[in-house]
Design a protein around this ligand. Structure first.
Ligand SMILES: [Zn+2]
Length: 334
């Protein structure tokens, strides 16, 4: 059973207070960066609305008939909507199915709940169809929409939801929680830094061995810069591993090199504090203009990669740009 996470306490209290006062909105939009457990929060909140026990903090008991049905995935008063297996979008048929669910009375006379996650996955037709549902809310229904990209939702949908924001906060309590989830000896500072402070993202980085991949990539990029490695060979290896992560690492490194070059005197905060010295060494080989150009290329590559344009070509072109950036400068020095 999932638990309330330490950084979600205030959002939880706020919603439970609204509930006690009978002012719970019909539609909630849970927003904030990825990796904060918004989905977990939504299902826990949904369960708490169905639970028949009266825990003082309103957390669900996990024991009552409603909790048991919920945990078995067979509670009739909740509908969970996500892209179907193997698909990226939530399609209109899924939302139409929701209309039927909403039209029925609650089976147990309590709340009826709908969780849509991620909400930005709804395509235009699905989104329009949902709007009709939002216009005619039934008294007992609560819709929970989850997104880390609220700007991708239509303004009308957003305007009909009450937003509950989740943010990154680094407290001792959060770190203690995270350290329990990570293997002994894991570098919490580095993981959090690379994860942009989002705890679940940090766990994912550790679980998927992404720190090791990052080190291999950094070694490879050093060899590229000194023209000891063929970009095509490295691109092939990266595309087999995790190209999205490789591009993100490259982006962070170039951003760090720009910071190091632009602010030589003062200590500057980096995405990759562990690589400060080698990044500084690399940065000293190129001009600031070259670094900005390289950063643009990586950003374009990230966009192309998200649109599924030929990933092998995307990666090769970025690596060649990286190599050229360092090669040109070397010629100038010579
Ligand atoms: Zn219960």
């Amino acid at each position: 059973m999932s638990l309330l996470l330490p950084w979600q306490q205030s959002q939880w209290q706020r919603l439970q207070e609204s509930r006690q006062q009978g002012r719970l909105p019909h539609a909630l939009l849970l927003t904030g960066p990825k990796g904060l457990g918004k989905g977990q929060f939504a299902t826990l909140f949904a369960q708490s609305l169905l639970c028949q026990a009266n825990n003082t903090d309103a957390t669900p008991c996990g024991q009552c008939r409603h909790c048991q049905l919920f945990l078995a995935g067979s509670h009739p008063d909740i509908s969970l909507i996500s892209p179907l297996e193997g698909k990226k979008a939530i399609v209109v048929d899924q939302i139409r199915g929701l209309g039927q669910f909403m039209a029925l009375k609650s089976q147990y006379g309590g709340h009826k709940l709908v969780v849509i996650n991620p909400a930005e996955a709804m395509n235009i037709n699905a989104s329009n169809s949902l709007l009709k549902t939002l216009e005619e809310p039934s008294a007992e229904t609560v819709l929970l929409l989850i997104t880390h990209q609220p700007a991708q939702l239509s303004a009308t949908i957003r305007s009909r939801c009450q937003e509950i924001r989740f943010g990154i906060s680094e407290t001792a309590e959060n770190r203690a929680w995270l350290s329990q989830q990570l293997p002994v000896g894991a570098d919490i500072d580095l993981l959090l830094s690379l994860a942009g402070g989002a705890p679940f993202r940090a766990i994912q980085l550790a679980d998927e061995g992404l720190l090791e991949q990052r080190q291999t990539l950094f070694d490879g990029m050093g060899q590229l810069a000194s023209i000891k490695l063929d970009p095509v060979i490295l691109a092939g290896q990266l595309n087999k591993a995790n190209p999205g992560w490789a591009l993100l690492c490259l982006y962070f490194w170039v951003a760090d090199m720009i910071r190091l070059t632009a602010t030589k005197q003062t200590p500057v905060q980096l995405n990759s504090p562990d690589l400060r010295q080698p990044l500084l060494k690399l940065a000293n080989q190129v001009s600031l203009v070259g670094l900005f150009k390289l950063q643009d290329r990586i950003r374009q590559a990230q966009q192309a990669f998200e649109r599924n344009l030929n990933p092998a070509l995307v990666m090769e072109s970025v690596l060649m740009e990286w190599q050229n950036t360092f090669r040109i400068r070397k010629r100038k020095i010579a």
